[in-house]
Ligand binder design. Sequence first.
Ligand code: ZN
Length: 81
Amino acid sequence: MNFVHLIKLLPNLLSGDKIEKLEASLILGIDIMTVVDPVCKMKLDEKDVRFKSEYKEKMYYFCALSDKKKFDENPEKYIEP
Ligand SMILES: [Zn+2]
């Protein structure tokens, strides 16, 4: 592994766009799965997510408890058709 390349990729792991993040995760061998909070549309790393809801056998992820509550109250409003 190229150390300089690794250093260059590290910021992408934290805040890069999806493609760069994917590249970084592949090179570093880290499995990063990006999920989208259906309430506020924020991108989240699956491993960092603390708030989840299962609805119709699908898992949804939230950045905050308040978003999870909104979703739980009215899931249909936030689900993409
Ligand atoms: Zn959110």
